[in-house]
Design a protein around this ligand. Structure first.
Ligand SMILES: Cc1cc2nc3c(=O)[nH]c(=O)nc-3n(C[C@H](O)[C@H](O)[C@H](O)COP(=O)(O)OP(=O)(O)OC[C@H]3O[C@@H](n4cnc5c(N)ncnc54)[C@H](O)[C@@H]3O)c2cc1C
Length: 370
């Protein structure tokens, strides 16, 4: 018989580590199994590192609820655990009169989601705050910020380990067999072995669908289709022309090519959204032409020579090109009839912001805590 553990979490991205920490703090025995040699090697280290306010998502969606709740938990966590963050604020800009209805739509959506601190800005207000930016009007979100996501993951890992949980890297999950409330989990690829557990959480990000399809005894019709949208980021060499994050109106697949500022105060433009069929982080430097056009709409003084390729990421999405953005899918017993199993699908943005709230949600689903 294989060794029997209490809880296994598949994947040591920010979501898996946050869930593992939550389970360990509740006194559960937890092991997180990660395929890569290091934690956070995929989407969790290839994102914008923005703490989102919760503006864009449909009312009552998981994205809206978990982002608004998670943002507050995250700010408190960063303060308590000395994780580097800043409440920079962000301005969403309408760069033409045609954008104004969208800005009004987002103001109303934010209110419906409980984001009550947005402020309307005239074009002169924006000029006074951000002299480099040109627009018709703006919406200021004071509760948007930035975070050092790697420090955050390390802080979560520290708490997990203090509570006797552990992360085992270079451990790729293969087949999982579901039998009588127990999961037999094949781990490889080197020195393969099988371990059993009573509770299993699939937080494998871009591979969550593959992991679920490899579960014998799990209803495959519950696995949603994965769509992937690749993102490129360019850094802007030299001093940042902006103090706050500047976002245009969202476009298909993403939030539009915006400016974020990293914890060192450097400006970074991106992400774009290119629909892809395979996971490949190669940087396509030809994307620069589209970046320059998009950025000049709100920053006409852009010096394109200062743009340098930075990195790429891939969004694990549940909606395809031209479709309305899909919600997170966090499936538990009520959805698939398998006791002790939670699968997380489509955990794209705002997953980093929502991570602590997602962890709480998963804990409650697993142990039927109301
Ligand atoms: C371009 C981009 C920008 C974003 N910007 C923001 C933002 O500004 N703010 C925000 O809140 N959110 C943002 N997000 C979303 C956020 O980054 C994600 O929601 C979050 O990182 C998802 O974490 P994860 O743990 O689910 O996935 P991952 O970080 O991908 O972790 C999954 C882990 O599972 C492991 N794994 C996969 N298969 C197996 C297997 N078979 N066995 C063992 N391990 C396995 C992988 O190696 C990986 O380490 C952004 C996302 C993208 C793509």
């Amino acid at each position: 018989m294989p060794e029997k553990l209490d809880c296994i979490v598949i994947g040591a991205g920010v979501i898996g580590i946050a869930i593992g920490r939550r389970l360990a703090l509740a006194g559960r025995e937890v092991v997180i199994l990660e395929a890569e040699p290091n934690i956070g090697s995929h989407t969790s280290s290839r994102n914008s590192e923005v703490i989102h306010a919760g503006i864009y998502y449909p009312e009552n969606s998981l994205k809206a609820k978990l982002c608004v709740a998670g943002r507050e938990l995250l700010y408190r966590y960063c303060e308590d655990r000395q994780v580097a963050f800043q409440r920079t604020g962000k301005i969403i800009v309408a760069t033409s009169a045609a954008d104004l209805p969208s800005l009004h739509k987002y103001a109303a959506q934010a209110k419906a989601n409980g984001v009550n601190d947005l402020k309307w800005l005239s074009c002169n207000d924006v000029l006074n705050m951000e002299p480099a930016v040109r627009c018709e009007a703006g919406l200021l979100s004071p509760s948007t910020g930035i975070i050092d996501s790697h420090s955050f993951m390390l802080a979560l890992q520290g708490e997990l380990e203090t509570a006797n949980g552990s992360i085992v890297c270079r451990s790729r999950i293969g087949n999982v067999r579901v039998r009588d409330g127990v999961f037999d989990v094949d781990v490889g690829p080197d020195s393969p072995y099988t371990v059993s557990c009573g509770y299993l959480v699939n937080a494998a990000g871009l591979w969550a669908q593959d992991v679920a399809r490899n579960m014998t005894g799990f209803p495959k019709e519950c696995v949603p289709e994965l769509h992937m949208a690749k993102a490129h980021y360019f850094t802007y060499q030299g001093a940042s022309p902006f103090k706050r994050l500047i976002y245009p109106i969202p476009s298909d697949g993403g939030l539009g090519i915006h400016v974020t500022i990293d914890m060192n105060g450097c400006a970074r433009f991106g992400p774009d959204a290119v629909w892809v069929k395979e996971i490949n982080y190669e940087f396509d430097a030809d994307r620069k032409v589209d970046f320059v056009d998009a950025i000049r709409c709100y920053y006409p003084a852009l010096d394109e020579e200062r743009l340098s390729p930075a990195y790429t990421g891939i969004r694990p999405k549940l909606s395809g090109p031209g479709e309305a953005a899909a919600d997170f899918e966090i499936q538990s017993y009520d959805d698939h009839d398998v006791k002790g199993l939670v699968n997380l699908f489509g955990i794209e943005s705002p997953g980093l912001t929502a991570s602590l709230a997602i962890a709480e949600f998963v804990y409650r689903k697993l142990f039927h805590v109301t």
